[in-house]
Write a protein that binds this ligand. Structure first.
Ligand code: RIB
Ligand code: CA
Length: 315
């Protein structure tokens, strides 16, 4: 947490995440962004069960050694009312490409206090806080249930999720994060927060090729660069196998749009969440804005310049 005398950084954020290969790149982007302070990571079951999400948050912290080191907290191990549906087919059983050789981490050291942590950050930082949600919205919904007034103090909630005018990636109409917990997404959109949604409409445009990533990592060789190349390999293999021109950067684009909202073109809409995880336009006052277009060259440059900074790459 920020001390009383420390200046508020350009962007103070808490990231709720279900790491996940693209979550990992999103965290590295946030940690490598000047003026961005990641005060805490709250983990949620989604891509992988909660224990694996916590393990991966600890692994990435140990790999990247961000300063200051964000607090890590464990949150919901399943959606509000449904059984958990994971994405291990994409991310691997462990969520980071099933690589050998990660140093051991101790998940028992991580407190199970994501909701109190989110509420404490909302009460402490309020209009200076941007909350970024990269997984199912279970933790955010539980925090709203506990104290909606506190959560409404935050400046913005940026959500990677949804498929508005494009097909879903779980079903023809549902995107994964919303599909896993549509009840949570509905409660979040109806809570009166300032919500920026970065859906598949935008994220599918955000791809990088292996060559682009290898060229960027080649500028800062070392253990961090090697590990990034290794854990992204599965992402490339699956996305290229699905016909994508490169790896699709869902969560990194959400972090990029949180840091620099001019990276994407926004549209204010009212989104309704269907029981099958659909996110469709509805009549009535807007409850969010959705990202629809992407300034790809600027986003790619932002990501590739920040993933593996020189002072972390070699050591
Ligand atoms: O649909 C993409 C989203 O689902 C991303 O957040 C990815 O990490 C998975 O959680
Ligand atoms: Ca995610």
């Amino acid at each position: 947490m920020l001390g009383d005398v420390e200046a508020i950084p350009a962007m103070l954020t808490v990231i709720d995440t279900d790491p996940g290969i693209d979550d990992a790149l999103a965290l590295l982007l946030a940690w490598g962004s000047p003026g961005v302070r990641v005060d805490a990571l709250t983990t949620v079951a989604g891509n992988v069960p909660l224990a694996a999400a916590v393990t991966n948050a600890l692994r990435l912290m140990a790999l990247r050694r961000p300063t200051p080191a964000p607090r890590i907290s464990a949150g919901a191990e399943q959606p509000l009312v449904r059984p958990l549906w994971t994405a291990v087919k994409y991310h691997g059983a462990d969520g980071l490409g099933d690589l050998p050789g990660w140093p051991p981490v101790d998940v028992d050291l991580v407190p199970r206090d994501a909701v109190p942590l989110l509420l404490d950050a909302a009460r402490r930082y309020g209009p200076d806080l941007t909350l970024i949600a990269l997984g199912p919205l279970t933790n955010v919904a539980l925090a709203l249930r506990a104290d909606a007034a506190a959560m409404r103090r935050i400046a913005r909630l940026v959500v990677m999720g949804g498929a508005v005018d494009v097909p879903g990636n779980v079903t023809g109409t549902a995107e994964f994060n919303i599909y896993v917990d549509p009840e949570a997404a509905r409660e979040v959109l109806d809570a009166g927060l300032t919500v920026d949604v970065v859906p598949l409409d935008a994220t599918r445009q955000a791809t990088i090729t292996r060559a682009e990533l290898e060229q960027a990592l080649g500028r800062t060789p070392g253990p961090l660069a090697d590990r990034i190349a290794a854990f992204t390999e599965r992402g490339f293999r699956v996305d290229l196998g699905r016909g994508s021109p490169g790896m699709v950067l869902h969560d990194p684009l959400a972090v990029g749009a949180a840091i620099d909202p001019t990276l994407v073109g926004w549209e204010r809409v009212r989104l309704a969440v269907g029981d099958g995880g659909e996110t469709r336009r509805a009549s009535g006052d807007p409850n969010c804005r959705i990202a629809r277009t992407v300034d790809l060259p600027r986003f790619r440059t932002m990501l590739l310049d920040r993933l593996c900074p020189a002072d972390r790459g070699a050591s």
